[in-house]
Ligand binder design. Structure first.
Ligand code: URA
Length: 300
């Protein structure tokens, strides 16, 4: 298939550090499959991850935290279901409907982050087709935790990193609030639903207490692909499938397909990290291409 990339998409790719020569606009035939994502073009061969797979990078690479921020303790913590501080279980999160899950997150007091939050940040993306039911989505983006802007607005990725994320998504034909887009429908959320004070790293106990919400979101959304952005999303999603995940540099985990709750997972850098490490934007583009081709595959 041959297709011209329009100026808009070229500009978005340029924003990601990917400058395509004219010859690069001939696209390969996409894998066929039933989803709406099949409608969009396959990625140019020269940008395929296999052409740009990279050596591992340093341990903190890919985290959304400022360089030099302290690494989290690696002591494993028990993985309780969400609990009130009083010790009362919120109930079986695994059984909640989409609207009940939203309410549970909005009222969550399972850890101390609830004390300083202004809003919980459940997630956003393609609109619900039936009120209170999970929207149909093809992609799920998982970041780390709300920052200041997200805490104020109650929506993930609305700051500077969010602007880069939006451009990354547009480059693969996705738009955060669109009911339909050439690349399919997307849902964006975080490992933590509340802001850690001062944007410090999430703590293992906070991640463990919030994890049932993310797991239930995945179970209800059933996306075709999950993109794990940054160290904390990667560790949270791959804890069960990659041994000793805390000690694995993110760069070494890229370029492969993992699974979380039976959904394929692709690992990439956090947009906040990419804002500081422009040279890795090209690798992030390769990761998105891998996600794109995985989402295009027929699902069995
Ligand atoms: N960083 C994240 O990981 N998530 C947000 O929502 C904002 C910044």
């Amino acid at each position: 298939m041959s297709l011209q990339l329009d100026h808009r998409r070229r500009a978005m790719l340029a924003e990601m550090g990917v400058h395509l020569p004219e010859a690069a606009v001939t696209l390969t035939e996409p894998a066929s499959g039933p989803s709406s994502v099949d409608a969009r073009p396959a990625v140019p061969d020269i940008l395929h991850p296999s052409a740009s797979r990279v050596a591992a990078v340093g341990g903190a690479a890919g985290s959304g935290r400022p360089a030099g921020a302290s690494a989290p303790p690696t002591t494993p913590v028990p993985r309780p279901i969400a609990m009130q501080p009083s010790g009362h279980a919120l109930g079986p999160v695994a059984d909640l409907s989409w609207s009940a899950l939203q309410q549970a997150v909005a009222g969550c007091e399972a850890c101390t982050l609830c004390q300083q939050r202004r809003h919980t940040v459940f997630g956003t993306g393609a609109p619900e087709l039936s009120p209170g039911e999970a929207p149909p989505v093809d992609w799920m983006i998982v970041g780390e935790a709300p920052g200041e802007h997200e805490d104020l607005q109650g929506e993930p990725f609305v700051g500077q990193a969010g602007r880069l994320l939006d451009n990354m998504l547009k480059a693969v034909g996705l738009q955060r609030h669109a009911e339909q887009a050439p690349g399919g429908r997307v849902y964006i959320t975080n490992v933590l639903k509340c802001r850690p004070p001062g944007n410090r790293n999430p703590q293992p106990d906070e991640v463990a207490r919030c994890e049932p919400y993310l797991r239930r979101q995945v179970a209800l959304l059933r996306p075709r692909i999950i993109v794990a952005m940054g160290r904390f999303a990667v560790q949270s999603l791959l804890r069960d499938s990659v041994a000793d995940i805390e000690s694995q540099p993110l760069g070494r985990l890229r370029g492969q397909i993992y699974a979380y709750e039976g959904v394929p997972v692709v690992v990439t850098y956090h947009p906040a990290y990419l804002l500081r490490n422009l040279v890795d934007k090209r690798k992030a583009w390769a990761d998105l291409c891998l996600a794109l081709s995985t989402a295009s595959r027929p699902q069995g």
